[in-house]
Write a protein that binds this ligand. Structure first.
Ligand SMILES: [Mg+2]
Length: 259
C-alpha cells in the first residue's frame, strides 16, 4: 500500500463528528482528570456546546456538581444534559419502590437518596445499592454480602474496576467493590443490575434529551469496554481517545477540510 492512500490520523473520526447531530462525552479520562477539565475537551465542548451531553459512570457526584465545574471553565452544559450512573441508579431504585435499601456510597449520594425519599436502612434490606464508597470496609462488606445471600436484590451504579487519577494513578471504582462482594456471595441469586455504561440506560437517556436517535450521535470516550461496547450495542459511533487509542482529543479538533 502506498503512503498516498492512507488518510491522516483521525480523519474518519473528524468526519463522523462533523456529521453527528449530538455528541455524548465521557467525563473521567476524556473531559476531565481528577475533575480538572482538559484543555482540548474545553475547546471541543465550546465548539459543539448545544449538541453535547455528558454520560459518566461516576457514582460519587451529582449532575449539578459537574455542571458547576464546567461553568467555572466557561462551559455551559446544564445539569439536565449530564447523566451519571449514580444519579440514574437512585432514580431507578426510587421508581422501583424498594422499601428497605442498604446503600453503600458517598455521603453526598446517600444524602441525595434520602432527599429523594429512598428508605435507607442498615439491616434486613430488600435491596443493596452499591456505588463507589471511599469508606468501604469489612463491616459494610459483611452486611451487604449477607443481605444478598438472604435474597436482597443487588443494584450497582457501575462496574468499572478503576478510573484514571492524577499522575497516572489508579482510582479504585465501584467494580472493585462489586468484585469483593461477589467473591463472598458467588453466583447466589440473580445477576446484579448494572446501571452504568456499557448498559444502554445512560446512552438512551442522553440521546432522548438531545432529541436525536442513537445513530445520529457519536460517543467520545477513553474506555473500549464501557464507552465503546455500550455505544456499539445501540448503533452509536464510538470514538476512543487516550488510553490504548492512538487518537487524542487534539486530533478531533484539527480542521477537516484543509486537505
Ligand atoms: Mg473514562
Amino acid at each position: 500500500m502506498s503512503l498516498e492512500v492512507l488518510a491522516p490520523l483521525g480523519w474518519a473520526e473528524r468526519e463522523a463528528l462533523e456529521a453527528a447531530k449530538g455528541l455524548l462525552l465521557d467525563w473521567d479520562g476524556c473531559v476531565a482528570v481528577n475533575n480538572r477539565i482538559l484543555p482540548a475537551a474545553a475547546r471541543l465542548i465550546a465548539r459543539h456546546e448545544r449538541q453535547v451531553a455528558v454520560i459518566t459512570n461516576n457514582s460519587t457526584h451529582l449532575p449539578a456538581d459537574f455542571a458547576r465545574i464546567l461553568a467555572r471553565n466557561g462551559l455551559d452544559i446544564p445539569e439536565e444534559r449530564i447523566f451519571t450512573a449514580g444519579m440514574e441508579a437512585l432514580c431507578h431504585v426510587r421508581a422501583a419502590g424498594y422499601r428497605r435499601v442498604l446503600m453503600l456510597g458517598s455521603t453526598a449520594m446517600r444524602r441525595h437518596a434520602m432527599d429523594l425519599g429512598i428508605p435507607l436502612v442498615r439491616d434486613n434490606p430488600d435491596l443493596v445499592l452499591l456505588m463507589r464508597d471511599a469508606r468501604f470496609n469489612y463491616a459494610k462488606l459483611e452486611r451487604a454480602a449477607n443481605a444478598v445471600r438472604e435474597g436482597a436484590r443487588l443494584v450497582v451504579a457501575n462496574a468499572d474496576r478503576t478510573h484514571p487519577g492524577p499522575g497516572g494513578r489508579l482510582v479504585p471504582e465501584t467494580g472493585a467493590l462489586l468484585a469483593a462482594l461477589l467473591s463472598c456471595t458467588g453466583s447466589h441469586g440473580p445477576a446484579p443490575l448494572v446501571i452504568g455504561k456499557p448498559s444502554p440506560l445512560l446512552f438512551e437517556r442522553a440521546c432522548a434529551r438531545l432529541g436525536i436517535a442513537p445513530h445520529e450521535a457519536v460517543m467520545i470516550g477513553d474506555n473500549p469496554e464501557t464507552d465503546g461496547e455500550g455505544a456499539l450495542q445501540l448503533g452509536i459511533r464510538p470514538i476512543l481517545v487516550g488510553g490504548q487509542s492512538p487518537l487524542s482529543l487534539d486530533h478531533l479538533l484539527e480542521p477537516l477540510a484543509a486537505e
